[in-house]
Design a protein around this ligand. Structure first.
Ligand code: 5GP
Ligand code: MG
Length: 189
């Protein structure tokens, strides 16, 4: 078989934290867990974009429940530029979620600010249940208590890119999760 052409920006990585193969295996296992939990039920999946796009796309193709998909946007600011550190959730949902079982999907659970704010919003809109699925969990960074029902990998307190996660909007297309070489983080707050 011909070797896959590598993405040149892979060279910007200092090290890989989660390989492409490990991600694939884990996404399949998560999907199986979710399939068991929602067997016989309809599902509304809400992805927090842009970060969750690739994870959601891979996960969704392995879910068996009849489902609807919508996206929500949340912008978080670092403490240095925004005193509270609270995320701004842009409520642009098109679907009516009142009375529906919602699966909220995000790339990474960090301080917990984003997911707890989005979860509150969905419950306020009348969602019957809201469960959360994240690919990555940085438990050590939690500021507000938040546990996701479905977690791909617990990772150490390092800023990661790839598989949808960006640094300054780059590196989302890298197929694994990795940590950039320090020189590529220059300019980060
Ligand atoms: P939280 O509100 O839990 O602090 O942050 C969640 C959001 O912060 C994630 O959806 C993601 O956009 C961003 N984030 C947190 N940690 C990382 C990281 O290590 N890498 C990248 N690229 N984004 C992160
Ligand atoms: Mg995000």
């Amino acid at each position: 078989m011909a070797r896959k052409k590598q993405i040149p920006e892979l060279r910007h990585l200092d090290h890989i934290l989660v390989s492409e193969t490990a991600i694939k295996r884990r996404v399949t296992a998560l999907a199986e867990q979710i399939n068991r939990a929602y067997r016989g039920k309809d599902l509304t999946v809400i992805a927090i974009v842009n970060g969750a796009i690739i994870f959601t796309a891979d996960l969704l193709r392995q879910l068996r429940s009849p489902l609807r998909l919508d996206c929500i946007r949340a912008a978080s600011y670092h403490a240095g530029t925004h005193a509270s550190g609270k995320p701004v959730v842009i409520d642009n949902l098109k679907l009516d979620i009142a009375g529906h079982d919602v699966l909220l999907v995000d790339d990474i659970l960090d301080t917990g600010n984003t997911l707890s704010a989005v979860r509150e919003l969905l419950l306020a809109k009348g969602a019957a249940t809201v469960r959360t699925c994240v690919l990555l969990d940085k438990k050590a960074r939690r500021v507000v208590p938040f546990d996701a029902e479905y977690v791909g990998f617990e990772i150490p307190n390092e800023f990661v890119v790839g598989y949808g996660l960006d640094f300054n909007e780059r590196y989302r297309n890298i197929p694994c999760i990795g940590v950039l070489k320090p020189k590529f983080y220059s300019g980060r707050l």
